[in-house]
Design a protein around this ligand. Structure first.
Ligand code: BG6
Length: 468
């Protein structure tokens, strides 16, 4: 087995709206995440982990764990609070301080430009439906970041989980139309506009920035898709699901083309996006240097059964069956987390293989992890052996991935410190560091090192060899 190299990017991830809090501080504008209603007893994003006021302490803890990288997002509305496109200097300064502090500890900043927190003013003015509004503002925002941080930041991620925003827009906040196939048509039109925006940003970066080895890439959520059985209809469902869920986005980003399986599905349902003259040329010109991917678990499907398109977003699991494509199947070969997500380390290997076979680019794991309700003991400890077990089973496969010739350059699980989940509050914790607060807002934000903190520190210092 190949050894994990010394320059492997060991670290962890967060996103601005889930970790920072301080939603109105220092000229920040509102984002769509401030408006998404949460269920009773589920925290909103007003204070989260108060990282905005604890960033120095948090970076120190990351350094103590030996992080080689930290993947975080910059809050779009903190930098660009309104439609004027003017830049909020206080917002910039916050990230400049954070980046400088990371560099001081030799932690490589991996920066996501946009992670779910679309500025509310853009959303209210039509959001990604309005190509002439959203695309130029995204490009302007990205340019401001490159101008300020080029050289200091060598790894840029354009858009976090664009595929999840399109497929689960009803949960993540992008939906403008909720009516069955009209909803899909609308979401795929928004997707097309995001693809143009991303390509413009990648081209601009390559033309003008990153001359000292800087790299840029997308960060979708990629999961291998299994058929429920060897029934050819199930296998066909799995193939088409993977095209719609995974490859649509990366074929556009990397190859500059619409995936044919998906396009045929678009046409047969009248949901194909309108493509203007020149759009595909722009998309083809924006090429990523690497692919960031979030992998949590595999997906299993069977042949479609449902007749109608129904959008569901439940507390425990999100489901989205597409009538002529697939029906989601709960894979009984996989263990489930307390929040009913399947646990499938071998899917990490399989997903990495598929990415490598299709695109042949370096890949960077930008999320992976276990959401769990942790208990803070009276003596200030958190015994999260379930998280250690989950991470160990994934990390164990990294030498195998490398030995197969796949250029995996780093592992950045979710999340560096506890933060508020997309729709299940702070009780669903992922971090190596426990934040003392609950969903009702009790707690003093004190930081506690979990058992996984000490374990991960050992993993990093032994280059992934000591996993006990
Ligand atoms: C990823 C997102 O989908 O999964 C994160 O990029 C998110 O923002 C993470 O927090 C875990 O999902 P959840 O729903 O448990 O917060």
């Amino acid at each position: 087995m190949k050894k994990i190299p010394k320059d492997f990017l060991w670290g962890a991830s967060t996103s601005a709206y889930q970790v920072e809090g301080a939603t109105d501080a220092d000229g920040k504008g509102k984002s769509i995440q401030d408006l998404i209603p949460q269920k009773p007893g589920v925290s909103n994003f007003a204070t989260t982990s108060d990282h905005y006021n604890h960033w120095k302490e948090d970076v120190k803890l990351m350094a103590e764990m030996g992080f080689k990288s930290y993947r975080f997002s910059i809050s779009w509305p903190r930098i660009m609070p309104d439609l004027t496109g003017n830049i909020n200097e206080k917002g910039m300064k916050f990230y400049e301080n954070l980046i400088d502090e990371l560099i001081k500890y030799k932690i490589e900043p991996i920066v996501t430009i946009w992670h779910f927190d679309l500025p509310l003013e853009i959303h209210n003015a039509g959001g990604w439906d309005e190509r002439d509004l959203a695309i130029p503002l995204f490009v302007k925002y990205s340019k401001a970041l490159f101008e300020r941080f080029d050289g200091k930041v060598k790894y840029w991620l354009t858009i976090n989980e664009q595929n999840m925003m399109i497929m689960f827009g009803h949960v993540l906040g992008l939906v403008q139309v909720t009516d069955g196939y009209k909803h899909l048509k609308n979401m795929y039109q928004q997707n097309h506009h995001m693809m143009i925006a991303q390509a413009e940003v990648m081209k601009m970066y390559h033309d003008n920035f990153g001359k000292k080895g800087g790299k840029i890439g997308p960060a979708p959520n990629i999961a291998t898709v299994y058929p429920k059985t060897c029934d050819p209809k199930d296998v066909n469902a799995a193939y088409r699901t993977s095209a719609i869920r995974n490859w649509l986005y990366l074929d556009l980003s990397v190859k500059g083309i619409y995936n044919q399986t998906v396009w045929q599905w678009f046409e047969s349902n009248n949901i194909a996006p309108t493509i203007k003259d020149g759009d595909m040329e722009i998309i083809a010109q924006g090429k990523p240097d690497f692919i960031g991917y979030n992998y949590y678990n595999s997906m299993t499907v069977e042949k479609p059964e449902v007749k109608e398109l129904v959008l569901k977003g439940s507390d425990q699991q999100l489901a989205f069956d597409i009538p002529d494509v697939f029906k989601a199947f709960k894979n009984d070969k996989l263990q489930q987390t307390k929040f009913r997500w399947g646990v499938d380390p071998s899917g990490f290997l399989q997903t990495s293989r598929e990415l490598n076979d299709r695109y042949g680019l370096p890949i960077l794991l930008t999320e992976n992890g276990l959401g769990h309700e942790d208990v803070l003991t009276k003596d200030g400890k958190i015994h999260d052996e379930y998280r250690i077990n989950f991470l160990r089973e994934h990390i164990k496969l990294i030498p195998q991935i490398l030995t197969e010739g796949i250029d995996l350059i780093g592992y950045n699980p979710w999340s560096a410190i506890d933060l508020v989940s997309t729709h299940q509050g702070i009780k669903k914790r992922y971090g190596f560091v426990y934040i003392d607060r609950d969903d009702e807002g009790n707690g003093d934000f004190k930081r506690y090192k979990k058992d996984s903190f000490h374990w991960y520190k050992k993993v990093i210092s032994s280059d992934g060899e000591d996993l006990d």
